[in-house]
Design a protein around this ligand. Sequence first.
Ligand code: SAH
Ligand code: SF4
Length: 448
Amino acid sequence: MNEKSILLMAASTTHMLSLDKLLRQNGINTDMVPAPPEHGTVCAIAVKIAESDLDKAKSLIDKHKIPIEGIYEQKIRALQGLLDKAVTDRLSHEFIDAIKKVERGEELSLKDITSLLSVKTDKGKQILYSAADRMRSDMVGDRVDIRGAIEFSNHCDKNCVYCGIRRDNNNLGRYRMGLDEILEVAGEIKRIGMSTVILQSGEDGFWTKEKIVLLIRRIKSELGLRITLSIGERSYEEYKEFRDAGANNFLLKIETTNRELFQTLHPDDDYDYRMECSRWLKELGYLNGSGNIIGLPGQTIEDIAADIMYFKKMGINMIGIGPFMPATGTPLENHSVGNVDMTLIAVAVTRLVCKNVYIPATTALVSAHPEGQVMALKSGANTIMLVNTPAQYRQNYAIYGNKYPVDIASAIDAITKAGRQLPKFLEDKENFARVTGYTVDKRRISAK
Ligand code: SAH
Ligand code: SF4
């Protein structure tokens, strides 16, 4: 189980994707992971395989003449010195034992994860946050990746209890963006310099398989952006056609791995089917996104620990962790906001357990707390999603209340405050000024 992993880096994203496909077609288990910082200059993604498959992979690479930039052994990350200067009184033995395992680079058990999540003292939280920050830096580097999201329809056939755009909520105007309109916003995302567009919507039957395929094809051929879909549950066949049309990533959160809680919150869904969808997405070669909501009614620390173990075991590549936010017009409208500290702790522990993954500083976190994204970036997170939905629709994409309109300026602000590196496309000063309307001076933003 602890067999060494090998990272293969192809010479371009296109080669990386064909390499991944080739290996999988030949029975090799692969995983798409963020490239480690020391090798991440050419392409941000690496293909991970088990060491025992390396010879077979090498001969396939030679046979198909795939240009390879490097083959690296994935380092075991030990984080020494986490407890050196820490006052360890008032920290539980279980917590200290789990941190010692992190220091030695050992795998954490479900019990260890629960002990870490149960931390109460500020000192203990600081140890966790800085451990996760070091793990993030080692595994995915200091640069924060920014992606643009278009929330293209708020129609939803489902009635998830927590969600503001559930079908029974009559308090909001429903909208659907047209194909050309979506293309136009995606074009703006491309002009800003971002390489990934996230297409998100309710589970909207109007957007049939054929329409989504057409949308993917047009974005691919006209703009060449990477595409993340976040459109909920579909059939295997549909996921396959979207992938064949060019979709790269898929976000479908499990929300909670507590089966009973899942069923209570999702009257239209089946827990096993949701898990099955996630397995299909992986099998089809998507960069597979999941995540959970922190602070759901009746959710326990053990539930959150089980969620994190699930992300690890399922080989999830992108993990969105956000606090529950009450949404007007839903059965949970008076339920309290999920705890921000607990969310940050979950982010940190997820980084320590899942290591080489993308973890967004979520919109829900900055909606719950003005410094939410900064704190998440300091506790293991490494990406930010912008809300690029046109202004006239944005307020109706009210999956929860007080949703913070994350834009490029606020993302830059969070990255700068967290002391992290901006994405590559913002390093060019002219482009920075063009897309933000601001000038950059020693990494501080000032009005022109
Ligand atoms: N319909 C798709 C995508 C839109 S919902 C789907 O369900 O996958 C996207 C995410 O919003 C969900 O995965 C859920 O985690 C989050 N969300 C919805 N309502 C929320 C709330 N009240 N508080 C926090 N997150 C919420
Ligand atoms: Fe629809 Fe997704 Fe909201 Fe559920 S969470 S009601 S599927 S938009």
